[in-house]
Design a protein around this ligand. Sequence first.
Ligand code: CTP
Length: 399
Amino acid sequence: MYNLSDRSVVLGVTGSIAAYKAADLASKLTQAGALVDVVMTDAATRFITPLTFYSLTGRQAHVDMFDTASGAAEVHVELARRADVLAIVPATATTIARLALGLADDMVSLTALATKAPIVVCPAMDSQMWEHEATQTHVDTLKRRGVLVVGPEVGRPASGHVGAGRLAEPDTIVGAVRYLVGKSKGDLLGWKIVVSAGGTREPIDPVRYVGNYSSGKMGYAVAEAARDRGAEVTLVSAASLPAPFGVNLVLVQRAEEMREAVARECEGADGLVMAAAVADYQPAAAAGHKMKRTKAGVTLELVATPDILAEVAKADRLVRVGFAAESQDLVVNAREKLRAKGLHLIVANDITAAGSVFGSDMNQVVVLDRDGGQEELPLLPKYEVARRILDRVAALLAK
Ligand code: CTP
């Protein structure tokens, strides 16, 4: 689980039927440890109540900017100052227009005008309103000012008119918040990190392949954790997991494709974390048509794939991290790989250990370095393992 503790997120909710999804978002951010303060427009309260947000965040939601009893007028300045991110979810056409014009006549627009924090705006409205020139002009103005606009997505909104106008998914918005936190406070800001993930698939014929059990979760965790710390991240993936927000995703299938993509993306990069399970062998030739079943069976001729990491080892300025999946002599084998592939670090895991099975959200690893250092980590969520690896990468980059 990612961590937003000590982060202050101000959530601006405006009057769209999608406002109920802001409740899910408030809950997710709170569970991640963020301090979530909700500001709402009057129109938003027609769709969802301040009590809903109070119940989810444990903090008073603010609606009336003239409410002297709750001190709302002072609160907005305080919230605007404290915010690490202001997320306006959902943002109606009216609120977008207010923000573009710099109006400050409700708690949401007031906070937006008063804050120096990065702002993410997630529009939700009827597709005709979204496509209207007035809205599009205002959105362009916001983008020019550096506001991150996420969505709307194409889909079936509550209004029934199919088109762009549907609020982005709460998970995507959480990704955008994490991305912005990284961009303003991350310790990997300014570094470009390439991550590989997933098991490659080497085609036998148009319907079959040689593959492995890798889920790609470890590599995705590294990519997300690096993004959360401000790095510019490219993820070369052979997995089929949802695309993380703010990460440059390059999808590949075969080892050869991964080799080409990794080599290309590593140009100008500062670090490479090779979490992919690259197939060691590929069929000598893939059949052009589906192979027919025969009683006699078939013999597949397999040839070695390129060793992607060993090839990149020539790029000496790159901090290189490999993974070693072993079923015996974990440390000895991993240390040999670290040496043979010219790596800075290798993350070794025993694939036979309980809890570290393929597809799990947990992993137990040993991190080995060039200087003979060996750190045994307990069984941890993959995101936490990723953070520990990136701590080491950050230290190496700083050298
Ligand atoms: N790797 C690679 N290219 C390959 C095979 C592996 O870049 N063709 C990378 C993996 O992404 C991993 C590291 O090398 O970071 C070690 O992978 P692993 O499969 O454990 O080792 P192999 O070199 O394949 O050795 P073996 O299969 O004999 O254990």
